[in-house]
Design a protein around this ligand. Structure first.
Ligand code: PRP
Length: 485
């Protein structure tokens, strides 16, 4: 005990010294995180504060945590061990199994075993939290607890200093900007990336997720499916896990005949593990996904003519009127900002605003296109005017995988609009990877390639006054995909 109190004392000495220094707040909190973790024999530490709306935890300082934790961006305070924010100290013995922990796979991959979370309280109000992590299962003693409570009190005092709050806010803004606008890839750490994938389509899919900055883990978990004499007789390991979406994805580019077998396994998995979300992306689905981006070995695929009108001009106009009427009724007495995502939205936006009987302003955003070249998505045109405290209606021509909106919504939410809803003309629900709540939907469409009324294939067909089906020559695409092996 004598030794332990000695290490608490020297840690507190270091902490108060750095707290009283002229270092940047990032440096101060990083140093506190390090001293605190070492004093309680933890391997990592994260100090975070609540941002004004109390929805997100902003990381102020860390020690010993790798990229995947740090680049997750702000943590959703309501989802991640919310009891800490009710003022309780929370102990998690095994983060890879505890249901209060959101991303077991990440915890496992990061070798995070036990977590102790302590609230940072300023005048009876919880303003943030400190978490310490260990690689091995660990029980923290009462003196560890009381030491950490003193450390968080010091954190609260530092936060109190006005300049520190300002700096943090600026750093937060800078971080958000960095996360959202730069090309710096938000990738999992090297250790979580496989040296090679079992199939080229998997590496292609991983590139697509990287582009949209969606975290992924490759084959992180094997699910036992059947047991014989107490031993596991059959396992199933889905290809990908997307922690932010809590979704497993299994790609099947095998022979169609083997898909039946995969389907059986997925069905069995769903029965045995009803809480697990899994999506099977069959070969055709994947091919269609790649055709959408029209690049690489699949980029030169021959596309047939527009061979069927899906929605005629007058059908579209009737539907647009109905949507506009609903919007005008729902937002009666309010002013709205309609934000369109260039360029597919041009026709829909032009038509719908003319039918809305409310004061509206219009703004546009644009993002870079996936090119399979290792780049990550970036905003190429941001909003021209502020949306803070305003009612924002995002307008899209089509929601397909949902990855575009998922990315843009994160950006828009950071501007604190009063409300944020989505209106899309087309909803290709069958292909959804990211679940996005859509308030106004024109038409739900099947998983077919559509063009016209603003929608393109390689920039063509946008000027058609109707929405038509375009038939990609899928047999040739299959040939190309097989030749990628
Ligand atoms: C289309 C559409 C959406 C996006 C939806 O844009 O306008 O923004 O795809 O797809 P998702 O749900 O799979 O992300 P596209 O990239 O084709 O560019 P464009 O608007 O310039 O045609």
């Amino acid at each position: 005990m004598g030794n332990r109190s000695g290490s608490y004392y020297s840690a507190l000495k270091r902490i108060t010294k750095v707290a009283n220094s002229a270092f940047s707040s990032r440096k101060v909190y990083n140093s506190i995180a390090k001293s605190a973790a070492k004093a309680v024999h933890a391997n990592g530490c994260r100090i975070s504060f609540l941002v004004p709306q109390h929805e997100y935890l902003l990381t102020a300082g860390t020690y010993g945590l790798s990229d995947i934790y740090l680049k997750k961006g702000p943590l959703d305070a309501r989802k991640s061990l919310p009891e800490i924010l009710d003022g309780e100290t929370v102990f998690v013995a095994d983060a890879t199994k505890d249901e209060r922990v959101q991303h077991h796979q990440i915890a496992e991959a990061q070798r995070i075993s036990s977590i102790l979370g302590v609230p940072i309280i300023k005048q009876d109000e919880v303003v943030g939290e400190m978490r310490v992590y260990t690689h091995e299962p660990h029980w923290f003693s009462e003196s560890d607890n009381s030491f950490l409570r003193s450390v968080v009190d010091i954190c609260a005092v530092i936060l109190e200093r006005t300049e520190s709050k300002q700096v943090l806010k600026q750093e937060y803004k800078k971080d958000r900007k960095h996360t959202l606008l730069t090309e710096a890839p938000q990738l999992p750490t090297a250790s979580l990336r496989p040296a090679s994938f079992a199939h080229p389509s998997e590496s292609e899919f991983a590139k697509l997720l990287d582009f949209y900055r969606i975290e992924w883990l490759y084959e992180p978990r094997a699910f036992p499916l059947c047991w014989k004499e107490g031993a596991v007789a059959e396992m199933f390991t889905p290809d990908f896990y997307l922690p932010e979406l809590d979704l497993y994805v299994e790609l099947t580019t095998l022979k169609q005949s083997l898909i039946t077998e995969k389907n059986r396994k997925v069905r069995q998995l769903k029965q045995l593990y009803p809480d697990v979300n899994i999506k099977l992306l069959a070969k055709d689905d994947f091919v269609k996904l790649l055709v959408k981006y029209g690049y690489g070995p699949l980029g030169e695929v021959k596309i047939g003519q527009v061979n069927k009108v899906l929605f005629s001009r007058s059908q579209i106009q009737r539907r647009v009127k109905i949507l506009a009427k609903r919007i005008s009724r729902d937002y009666a007495g309010q002013q709205i900002v309609m934000v369109g995502v260039l360029r597919g939205v041009i026709c829909f936006m032009a038509d719908i605003i003319q039918q809305i009987s409310l004061p509206v302003t219009v703004d546009f955003m644009a993002i870079s296109n996936y090119g399979g070249d290792g780049q990550v998505v970036k905003i190429t045109k941001d909003l021209d005017s502020s949306i803070t405290n305003r009612h924002v209606l995002m307008v899209e021509d089509i929601v397909d995988t949902g990855m575009t909106l998922n990315y843009l919504l994160t950006h828009l939410r950071a501007h604190n609009p009063q409300s944020l809803n989505i209106c899309t003309l087309l909803d290709k629900r069958a292909r959804r990877l990211v679940d996005i709540p859509l308030k106004y939907v024109g038409f739900e469409i099947p998983d077919r390639f559509v063009v016209g009324y603003g929608l393109d294939y390689k920039e063509e067909y946008r000027n058609l006054p109707f929405i038509g089906l375009l038939n990609p020559d899928v047999s040739q695409v299959h040939g190309d995909l097989n030749s990628m092996k």
